[in-house]
Ligand binder design. Sequence first.
Ligand SMILES: [Zn+2]
Length: 195
Amino acid sequence: MKASRAKSRKEKRERATAYHEAGHAVASYRFNHYGGNLTIVPGGNVLGSCVSEGEWADGSTDIEQIIVLHAGYAAEERYDKYAKAPYFEVCDSSSCPCGLSELSDYEKIYCLMRRNGLTGEEFTSQETIRNHSLAIKARKIIDENWQIIEAIAEKLFIYKTLNDTEWSIIIDAFNEGDDWNACFESMRAFGNASS
Ligand SMILES: [Zn+2]
């Protein structure tokens, strides 16, 4: 009884994380950022980054990065509409923009907002950040791409890690009106055969 409860809690957390990462992935794809690998395996498993060090340093994609960061929370919250995604949690997956993997998405958002004069020096609550127009933009992207996010999250939950060609082919298949599941499975089989 106890063991199965623990298992279902772990499964619930993994599913929510899969939606969170799928949200980052789809938003970064829409901005033509490189998305890197996606993983729901915890433990600092940083496999890539969706912005280059140059972009991070010069701030040229800050606004897009803020939206991509919000998109993780937005997808997670839509998946479980009764749970507000914990903004304070560190998202240590590859899909989080900027190299500062030890910071939570919330801290990254705050840091990028400050750099762009979107918030003051004072403490900014999660609620303030959640209600900012850039967070609302992220939720719009999530709503418009919900079927794609569900598809990526489903595969991410099953396989735990997806490389960039595996998840991006799902987006391409939806855009082209192809069978996304067939496209994904043949890409996955191809990747495993050639490695
Ligand atoms: Zn995240």
